[in-house]
Ligand binder design. Structure first.
Ligand code: AGP
Length: 617
């Protein structure tokens, strides 16, 4: 989730663009850059690191004055966060500059074609491919708008592209597919941005573009077309007036980053699946720098992580063991090296970390590598320490997670764990291709399932309002529902500061049931009916707590009417396979914790005593 800005108008473009990038600083990034059109040429500057690094470079060596420019803050997906990989990227003749948000899935094939034609590309990014393609088109006589239309017809994936042509200094051209782009319509000036926070200081009149559209902006005009060059119908994009203040704009109109990130989960799942399987459902994990031979030799997997990442590990164990028959151990990272773990060259240690900077997890992988085991990181932060010190990485593409309580980070950790398990099954032949493809299709349906739960958030919010005074909540689950019970309890602890505890439902009668008292809220995650021994035993557990006065809040799949009589509150889940149910079961629990904490007046994004990344042991 990068930040993009474009500008054409009477003001100094550098100042407008840099200010716009700063206003999108919350989107998180690891590099930033700007390109201006001056005197028939492009003047560009880009730096790895925070925006301040770019501003320092501009102060030391100013760019010429210009009234047309584009800018970018990068959240790396392809290529480490370096000066070279930072945007903008230029075409071969430095006539066209491009900034990009998203993932161009077929960039490798396009890059190979360009290199066959003699192009020399400098970076590791997919964006530079687009810059070379656009410049080739304008060199052949196309306008930048026509070039953008031609190139977009060749791209696969999700992308927002913003480009300028130094031979056409009064225009900026952009295109979007499944990635955000808004136009700011000012008085004699026009803006482009990933979100309105970049330009609401200048204008609150905006246009939200539709899917597969190209927009050409000049000082006084905005022209929208489709990728085939046909003028866009007026009802295919939306004009609106921005009423938000800057703080709300940064959160996309939500009250908290966490709530925004909960609602970003369908897109995060989609982005994390992008480019990782072919049309037949066969897995392709390009960045997995461990050979198939090494993966076939793996005889044990140890999953390490902390907090929410540890619960993702627990879910992964169920799936990976079932699909691959490789023994999996789950270990809290801070316990791992002190228990003198048995590690060999054939042990695969999987380190799960959203930030990639958690010290406990970092120490765990250093220990594993000293013991000559292979380490694979599952991480959301490109270029962070843990993936850098690992043998291989599967990046989750959740985009920056600002809220301290992990939500989309957790969701995409689950996606990455499932992809790893399926890839291992594919490489080791423990599942047939059609079986794998079926599960991949189920994963591809998950964004829609999660969206349906988000559309019903009001029910959960109402429950949270009703229970806002509660002082204790229990969470029960079986099988993959058990880690979700733990995750639901953690969310409530870290946000609402109340006693919340998750249990394996089968554990109740071994002690915890003594906690149950009249009207105690107990969330019960009911497994799908596909494996009845699980489902029936969970129903028994619900009866046990209800018989002792608990208020049972039951999460059960649609059509499961057996639980209705034991549910004081019933939250319906989409019907999904047992091993994938965590992806839907966790969503109501995230929403509940966010709403309850919000009603208690807590700072949901920055809960007390907590940090987003725990970089101390
Ligand atoms: C989750 O809501 C917490 N913020 C915390 O448990 C977190 O998951 C844990 O600290 C691990 O962080 P990481 O994924 O960045 O390594």
């Amino acid at each position: 989730m990068c930040g993009i800005v474009g500008y054409v108008g009477p003001q100094q473009a550098e100042g407008v663009v840099v200010e716009g990038l700063r206003r999108m600083e919350y989107r998180g990034y690891d590099s930033a850059g700007i390109a201006l059109v001056h005197d028939g040429a492009i003047a560009a500057r880009k730096r790895a690191g925070k925006l301040a690094n770019l501003e320092k470079a501009l102060a030391e060596d100013p760019l010429p004055r210009a009234c047309t420019g584009i800018g970018h803050t990068r959240w790396a997906t392809h290529g480490a966060p370096t000066d070279r990989n930072a945007h903008p990227h230029l075409g071969a003749g430095h006539r066209v500059a491009v900034v990009h948000n998203g993932i161009i899935e077929n960039f490798a094939a396009l890059r190979a074609g360009l290199e066959r034609d003699g192009h020399e590309l400098e970076s590791e990014t997919d964006t530079e491919v687009a810059a070379h393609l656009l410049e080739s088109a304008v060199q052949s006589g196309a306008t930048l708008t026509e070039a953008m239309q031609q190139v977009c017809r060749r791209l696969e994936g999700a992308f927002t592209l913003v480009a300028l042509d130094c031979h056409d200094p009064d225009r900026v051209v952009a295109a979007r597919r499944s990635s955000p782009l808004v136009v700011g319509v000012g008085d004699g000036e026009t803006f482009l941005a990933s979100d309105v926070s970049a330009f609401i200081a200048h204008t609150r009149d905006a246009l939200e573009l539709g899917q597969d559209q190209v927009v050409t902006i000049s000082r006084d005009a905005v022209e929208v077309s489709d990728f085939d060059g046909r003028p866009a119908r007026a009802d295919s994009y939306r004009a609106y007036h921005v009423d938000w203040d800057l703080s709300a704009a940064e959160k996309g109109g939500y009250d908290w980053f966490m709530r925004k990130e909960i609602h970003e989960q369908p897109a995060a799942i989609t982005d994390s699946m992008l480019g990782r399987h072919d049309a037949e459902g066969a897995l392709q994990l390009d960045e997995l720098r461990i050979t198939e031979g090494e993966l076939r030799a793996v005889d044990k997997i140890i999953l390490v992580g902390c907090g929410t990442a540890n619960y993702a590990s627990m879910v992964a164990k169920y799936a990976i063991e079932h699909w691959t028959r490789i023994p999996c151990e789950v270990e809290l990272a801070h316990e791992f090296r002190y228990r003198d773990p048995i590690l060999t060259r054939d042990t695969l240690v999987v380190a799960i970390s959203q930030s990639g900077e958690t010290a406990d997890t970092l120490m765990a992988i250093r220990h594993a590598r000293q013991q000559r085991s292979k380490v694979l990181a599952i991480c959301n932060t490109n270029g962070s320490t843990i993936p850098r010190e690992s043998d291989a990485v599967i990046y989750t593409h959740a985009g920056p997670e600002i809220g301290v309580a992990s939500t989309k980070g957790f969701m995409t950790q689950l996606v990455a764990c499932y992809l790893l398990g399926l890839y291992l099954a594919q490489v080791r032949g423990t599942k047939y291709g059609d079986e794998i493809a079926q599960i991949v299709r189920e994963l591809d349906r998950m964004p829609a399932h999660v969206q349906r739960l988000l559309d019903a958030a009001d029910e959960v919010n109402a429950l949270a309002e009703e229970l806002s005074g509660t002082r204790s909540v229990l969470f029960l689950g079986r099988h993959t529902g058990f880690p979700i019970a733990l995750e639901g309890a953690l969310k409530l602890k870290e946000l609402a500061y109340i006693h919340a505890e998750g249990f394996a439902a089968g554990e109740l009668k071994h002690g915890p049931i003594a906690l149950v008292e009249d009207r105690l809220p107990v969330f019960c995650v009911v497994p799908p009916r596909g494996r009845d021994q699980l489902h029936d035993k969970m129903v028994s557990g619900i009866q046990e707590v209800r018989a002792r006065g608990a208020r049972t809040i039951v999460l059960a799949e649609e059509g499961d009417d057996e639980v209705t009589r034991y549910a004081d509150d019933l939250i319906r889940l989409p019907v999904v396979p047992t091993l994938l149910q965590p992806m839907v079961a966790v969503v109501p629990l995230q929403l509940f914790a966010c709403e309850l904490a919000s009603r208690k007046g807590h700072d949901v994004d920055q809960p007390r005593n907590l940090a987003k990344s725990v970089t101390v042991e």
